[in-house]
Design a binder for this molecule. Structure first.
Ligand SMILES: Nc1ncnc2c1ncn2[C@@H]1O[C@H](COP(=O)(O)OP(=O)(O)O)[C@@H](O)[C@H]1O
Ligand SMILES: O=C(COP(=O)(O)O)[C@@H](O)CO
Length: 581
């Protein structure tokens, strides 16, 4: 249970404020997260990490000398937005480029990727790297699909220590790749976490049972077994990892390994030590030389009861990087010289894009008024279903789909109202709403909904009055944009299963000359049927994939929300447009 909070939707921001107030020696706040209190030394690659809140000390607690130069901090269990990441990276940049590092989650991959593109376009050389240490989340033949859990720490640290040596960006990236290829984690859980404001945990484990193969977002494990003793738990963790050695490690005998026994939130230190005692014994019996072990909370999931074991198989260079000193709020090692002075200049102000909007034609401004009503209906629908969407997402995901959609749709509506008041046409209103959605929501759906609204807005433009064919074309462009960005296709159990038939039906009906509202009605019917049919699919993308079987019988959360929204939008089109276009 998370007991102490004010407004649950403000939890992540308020936690970050308090964290900064407590750690000014190490960090200073910037829009989107934190950077080191001292400047990145000129000519040093900046390592910028990030992810959702709810995992402390990941990610803000790992900012400081010897480790990250900055951290982008998202909402609870949702990746930070591309705009946040860009802002933190610009503040951390020391002139030698930026390596953006995160765990391998769909939302992080999308937002960090977009941030890197934008930074590079602005002249800040940027690369991305996703950590994939969790062996339970995909098989050895699909290591690129694995999630990042406590292995984030040794991989971030290796890259950051390489950056401290003055290596160029591509060499720092190569170190991250090598550390990741040699890092494996495996975990078990005894209870799920309860998000701030929620009254029940994201999952439960039956009395005297444990979930095997945990995630760090309250995802249920991939299997269930009887509750073990501490020694049995240690044996399971060690044998699972020794059975999954990296390709270039022939056997454990005479190998060196960095070892992390991580507590997820409510397993206490003494319990961890009891388990570690046997972990150390088993590894030593297998011939492994343990290097600088860490036992404690390094990547958490609120109050989740669970533990994970991480092994990084070291070569000489990786050992030196693992042993290198570090000084951050939550992770300290060795001794560093005198710290750089804490910068006295004020907090970097949020960069605001030019607020003026290009004026739309009269016809496009009238269309923009309908767009406002559409966004109102959209946000109201999300508000009315926020709990239901969260529950569906919690079956095999992280339970945040409702709150993510709510944050995004609320921000989009606000931005649309402001932009409309500046005299903008329908296209610009939608594009600004899209950017606000992606920025404020973060997460997978934030990036995808941002790209959808942007595609429709770009197609409508600010000059011509929208026609039925133009709207249908905009929706088609939106469908293509989501598939391009997320890489999912029909059948993967995502919102794409609804978006494609919706766009195709709308295009076919408008091509037959059916007026927009009636064509939309037909397309919304196709969307509803497609959303219901996702209940029979096994997920192949996103957070639900490792829990495929559990999701059978439940529709995909993003597919369901999209179908609800298409139906609500039909109401607006029917009332405002009728058969006019
Ligand atoms: N690669 C993808 N392409 C398209 N849609 C996706 C993809 N991955 C996930 N989704 C959609 O995103 C939804 C989850 O959104 P949300 O819960 O807001 O994001 P997150 O998983 O980042 O917390 C899923 O239900 C699915 O419809
Ligand atoms: O949840 C996180 C990001 O992944 P999403 O795909 O946006 O949910 C985050 O907590 C880990 O970085």
């Amino acid at each position: 249970m998370t007991r102490l909070f004010n407004d649950p939707t403000a939890f992540a921001d308020e936690a970050l404020d308090g964290f900064v107030a407590a750690h000014r020696r190490w960090v200073r706040p910037v829009t989107g997260g934190v950077v080191r209190a001292g400047a990145t030394p000129a000519g040093q690659v900046a390592v910028v990490i990030g992810g959702g809140s709810g995992h402390y000390p990941a990610f803000s607690g790992l900012v400081g000398r010897g480790l990250a130069h900055g951290a982008a901090v998202g909402n609870v269990f949702a990746s930070p937005s591309a705009q946040q990441i860009r802002s933190v990276a610009r503040a951390a940049h020391g002139g030698a480029g930026v390596l953006l590092m995160y765990g391998n989650y769909a939302g992080d991959v999308l937002h960090f990727g977009q941030a890197a593109e934008r930074l590079t376009g602005e002249g800040v050389e940027a690369r991305t790297f996703a950590v994939t240490d969790d062996i339970s989340s995909a098989g050895p033949e699909e290591t690129a699909k694995r999630r990042g859990i406590a292995g984030d720490l040794p991989v971030f640290k290796a890259a950051a220590a390489a950056a401290e040596r003055g290596l160029p960006l591509d060499d720092v990236l190569a170190v991250a790749e090598r550390a990741n290829a040699r890092t494996r984690s495996f975990g078990i859980a005894f209870s799920g976490c309860t998000l701030p404001g929620a009254d029940h945990p994201l999952f439960t484990v039956a009395q005297a049972r444990m979930a095997v193969g945990l995630g760090i977002h309250g995802e249920p494990g991939i299997g269930e077994e009887p509750l073990p003793t501490a020694d049995e738990a240690a044996r399971l963790l060690v044998t699972s990892l020794l059975a999954e050695l990296p390709d270039d490690v022939e056997g454990p005998d005479r190998q060196r390994a960095a070892v992390i026994l991580n507590g997820l939130g409510s397993v206490k230190y003494e319990e961890l030590f009891v388990v570690y005692r046997t972990v150390a014994e088993l590894l030593t019996d297998a011939g492994v030389e343990i290097v600088d072990p860490e036992v404690g909370e390094l990547v958490t999931s609120f109050d989740m009861a669970g533990i994970s074991l991480t092994l990084t198989w070291l070569d000489d260079d990786l050992e030196a990087l693992w042993r290198a000193p570090a000084d951050t709020p939550a992770f300290r090692k060795g001794a560093l010289g005198t710290p750089e002075p804490v910068r006295a200049e004020p907090v970097i102000a949020e960069e605001t894009d030019d607020l003026a909007a290009p004026e739309g034609s009269d016809a496009s401004r009238r269309a923009a008024a309908v767009v406002l009503d559409v966004l109102d209906a959209l946000a109201a629908t999300v508000d009315a279903h926020v709990g239901e969407l969260g529950r569906i997402d919690a079956v095999a995901g992280d339970g945040d789909h409702g709150i993510g959609m709510q944050r995004g749709s609320t921000a989009a509506r606000r931005a649309a109202v402001d932009t409309h008041a500046l005299g903008a046409g329908a296209g610009t209103v939608l594009v600004r709403a899209a950017d606000a959605w992606a920025d404020k929501a973060g997460g997978t759906s934030g990036a995808l909904w941002g790209s959808m609204l942007r595609a429709v807005g770009t197609t409508l433009g600010d000059e011509d009055a929208p026609t039925a064919a133009r709207v249908a074309d905009g929706v088609r462009q939106a469908s293509a944009a989501v598939r391009r960005l997320g890489g999912a296709e029909v059948g993967d159990k995502t919102m794409v299963d609804v978006l494609v038939p919706f766009a195709d039906t709308l295009a076919a009906a408008t091509a037959e000359g059916v007026p927009l509202a009636a064509a939309w009605d037909r397309a919304a019917g196709a969307a509803e049927a497609a959303a219901a049919a996702t209940a029979d699919l096994l997920p192949r993308k996103g957070r639900a994939r490792p829990h495929a079987e559990k999701s059978l019988g439940t529709p995909d959360a993003g597919a369901h929300s999209l179908s609800l929204i298409t139906r609500a939008v039909h109401g607006v089109l029917n009332d405002h447009i009728g058969e006019a276009i």
